[in-house]
Design a protein around this ligand. Structure first.
Ligand SMILES: [Zn+2]
Length: 457
């Protein structure tokens, strides 16, 4: 009896030692910037400390790989297969089948799900997924060749296929699918779809990358959104490998919120605008997904890293002081100086009168309006104040003062795993969420809490 107690004590001590080692390694790879607000820094540190980054048993590569099941369909190890999944499980009427491609690796590892088009008019995700599924990625010897994958990659290019066909953000019943998760089996049409997606696909993923664009009327500079105090989300947000990360809580009912609540590492990528195919944003998305897969050791190779990261916890809104026609002189990713005229508002019925929109400081435009119709108070730009970090950001601009985002140029610079300078931009999200200010002027947004045109119920 005594021996057994001794043994148990020794085992517990060994386990503690092991876990404290793990904690150290986490701290090293996920560095927290020294300038972030003290409270937030404390919260993130605490979360990372408590996080056990140990590999799960099922990822143990010595255990051999089993088949991957999705809606009772099997994908064998080393196989890539596209499965049609009905958004509604019905015998009559629309069932809206969508293609889900599963790349099931020869070796075990995490399940990573990549989703696009949850808002049917946002095309960055569908296009990026199409690139990721091209032969240049999936042929033998290519980055996503199932023979060389460890784990499972699931690509859903267009979740909201009915919305995509209608060129609409919304589901056919007028609801925003990204406000209905985890959904209800007996709820509204959109809620039923969310419920089925959640239970059949999302719930059993380890990591989720949700690809978006700005809603109609504006365009986003490539940016990542994640709750940095959630360790698995923090890890993939940084692994994506771009400079701007908005540390924000997701709105209720969003896929990101439900996933984070269930312990799934989740991030949202935003790039470009609705009804538009922004090649740079698509390219950054492709690079970002590959970077995450490399970081998680799902595919071979070294992830590329940015020279620095801007971890933002707040921003400033630039608004039109008068109504009329908006002339934008800058675009998403423009680096601007304090006092610079970023836009002019004129009114064809009041010739000779114009009003300028001025940059309130040195900063980066992370989103700008594309719709020239404005009234007094319409937000025309989402501005990230850079203050003393302006020079650093200016060291990475093109001839048009546009910030060059990592992965947006043809040939990415591959870098070894080195420390990346992290700069915290302090503040808070006006209205409680990143895009809260836009939603009052425009309908809905990737991550804002806007209700659908038909209301919530
Ligand atoms: Zn969206």
């Amino acid at each position: 009896m005594a021996d057994r107690e001794e043994e148990e004590k020794a085992a517990a001590a060994a386990k503690n030692k092991k876990s404290s080692k793990k904690k150290k390694s986490v701290k090293k790879t996920v560095r927290v910037a020294h300038e972030m607000s003290a409270d937030r820094r404390k919260e993130i540190k605490k979360a990372l400390k408590e996080h056990d980054a140990g590999r799960r048993d099922e990822w143990d590569r010595s255990s051999g790989q089993k088949s991957h099941s999705i809606i009772r369909k099997r994908v064998k190890p080393g196989q890539m297969r596209t499965i049609m999944i009905d958004l509604l499980e019905v015998d009559m009427g629309e069932s809206w089948p969508i293609p889900v491609t599963v790349i099931h690796g020869r070796r075990p590892g995490p399940v990573v799900t990549i989703t696009g088009g949850i808002h049917g008019d946002e095309l960055t995700g569908p296009s990026a997924c199409t690139h990721l599924l091209s032969n240049a990625m999936t042929d033998p010897g290519r980055p996503l060749d199932a023979e060389h994958v460890a784990g499972t990659i699931r690509l859903i290019p267009i979740i909201n296929l009915p919305g995509y066909r209608n060129k609409s953000r919304y589901f056919p019943d007028g609801r925003d699918l990204n406000r209905e998760f985890p959904g209800r089996a007996k709820g509204s049409t959109t809620s039923r779809v969310a419920h089925r997606l959640w239970n059949e696909i999302i719930k059993n993923t380890d990591y989720l990358i949700d690809l978006h664009s700005a809603a109609k009327g504006r365009s986003n500079m490539p940016q990542v959104r994640a709750d940095l105090a959630d360790p698995p989300s923090n890890i993939i947000a940084k692994a994506f490998g771009i400079e701007v990360i908005l540390d924000s809580k997701p709105p209720k009912g969003s896929l990101r919120r439900s996933a984070a609540d269930s312990g799934i590492g989740v991030m949202t990528y935003e790039g470009g605008g609705a009804d538009n195919l922004d090649h740079e944003s698509v390219q950054v998305a492709v690079h970002g997904v590959l970077n995450i897969l490399r970081t998680l050791h799902v595919i071979p190779g070294n992830p590329s890293r940015p020279r620095f990261r801007l971890l933002a916890s707040g921003s400033t809104w630039l608004r039109a002081a008068e109504g009329g026609l908006l002339d934008m002189y800058v675009g998403p990713s423009s680096v601007v100086d304090s006092g610079e005229v970023v836009a002019t508002v004129s009114d064809p019925s009041r010739p000779g009168l114009t009003v300028d929109v001025i940059a309130p400081g040195d900063g980066l435009m992370i989103c700008t309006a594309t719709n020239p119709h404005v009234t007094a108070g319409t937000p025309v730009g989402h501005f990230l104040p850079l203050e003393k970090h302006s020079e650093l950001v200016k060291s990475q601009i093109d001839d048009n003062n546009m910030f060059v985002v990592s992965g947006s140029t043809d040939e990415p610079v591959w870098r070894e795993e080195v420390e990346v300078d992290e700069i915290s931009l302090e503040g808070e999200w006006s209205g409680g969420s990143v895009d809260a200010e836009w939603q009052r002027a425009f309908v809905g947004d990737a991550e804002s809490g806007e209700a659908s045109p038909l209301g919530k119920n």
